[in-house]
Design a binder for this molecule. Structure first.
Ligand code: GRG
Length: 290
């Protein structure tokens, strides 16, 4: 099976599971359920849940056991996008090629839809049948909290008086983007029963992949088009955001992206054939156009 077909199969698997864990008919008030589902099913690439499933099987686990956690990670990701798009943050009209949640449902419902997705995510994780469930809740909540995803978002918004541009950029990319990717990889590894050494190696893989993911996002904001991106490019520069191209220039940013992808890929070579899809996914993330 070629890479794209395999990727689409994985995506379908996630979409089917998300339908199960956030169905159209739910006990929740219709307004909130509609808004949660609107953003969750607006067409994301499902990179984080796919990583969680795949890492689980690379370390010898059964990916079915990671499915609840994988869906929870996509819900956390979607919550962060809904909140990021709000007028009080990045103020975006378009996400995943569609009007943003607050444009369709209003700010209050969009805010609550994000909150509800985040809360529902942790509710789902606690249903994971694993002796490591508490550890997973502990790790993910830490990685997406004020010392992780939220901390990265704050630094992106307000900057820092104590860090120079390069250190600030590193902090933002590690926390705003890589930490959720680290959460996806580590939780998949833990559910799959990985050894301490494998968890450590895969964390370094995830950190490099996560930073590569954000460097490519920064590059695409300069070189990409609205049709491919599903959002308007050129926003970073307009808003004077600190990005790889603004600090290192476009060509050097491309080199740094390739370096991160290579470091991540090299870590996978020790897993041999079992990591073939993960290896291809890493290359795909390095070359992505959307
Ligand atoms: C509001 C707490 C809070 C955090 C917001 C998500 C985010 C942090 C900011 C959005 C802007 C941005 C560049 C985030 C970095 C992560 C990123 C590249 C998100 C987009 O992920 P994709 O490309 O999106 O996987 P899809 O739509 O495919 O799921």
């Amino acid at each position: 099976m070629d890479f794209k077909t395999f990727l689409n199969k994985k995506k379908e698997k996630i979409n089917t599971a998300l339908e199960k864990y956030l169905p159209e008919r739910s006990p929740y008030p219709e307004d909130i359920n509609k808004a949660m589902r609107y953003s969750l099913f607006a067409g994301g690439k499902r990179i984080r849940p796919i990583l969680c499933l795949e890492v689980c099987s690379v370390v010898g686990g059964d990916e079915e056991e990671a499915l609840l956690c994988a869906c929870a990670l996509e819900m956390i990701h979607t919550y962060s996008l809904i909140h990021d798009d709000l007028p009080c943050m990045d103020d975006d009209d378009l996400r995943r090629g569609k009007p943003t949640c607050h444009k369709v449902f209003g700010e209050a419902i969009a805010l609550l839809a994000g909150d509800a997705l985040l809360t529902h995510a942790f509710h789902l994780i606690t249903k994971t049948d694993s002796s490591e469930t508490l550890r997973i809740v502990n790790e993910i909540s830490d990685l997406v909290g004020a010392g992780g995803l939220i901390g990265g978002q704050v630094a992106d918004m307000v900057g820092s008086s104590s860090l120079n541009d390069k250190s600030l950029l590193q902090y933002i990319h590690l926390n705003k983007t890589a930490k959720l990717i680290i959460a996806s990889v580590r939780s998949g590894a833990i559910i799959g029963g990985a050894s301490r050494t494998d968890i450590l190696n895969l964390t370094v893989f995830a950190e490099n992949l996560g930073i590569a993911f954000q460097i490519s996002d920064d590059i695409l904001d300069v070189t990409g088009c609205k049709e491919d991106l599903g959002k308007s490019p050129g926003k970073d520069e307009k808003e004077g955001k600190i990005t790889y191209p603004s600090v290192y220039g476009l060509e050097r940013s491309k080199e740094l992206l390739n370096q991160k992808v290579k470091t991540a890929s090299d870590i996978l070579t020790s897993y041999g054939r079992r990591a073939a899809f993960l290896y291809a996914l890493t290359k795909y993330i390095g070359k992505r156009k959307s």
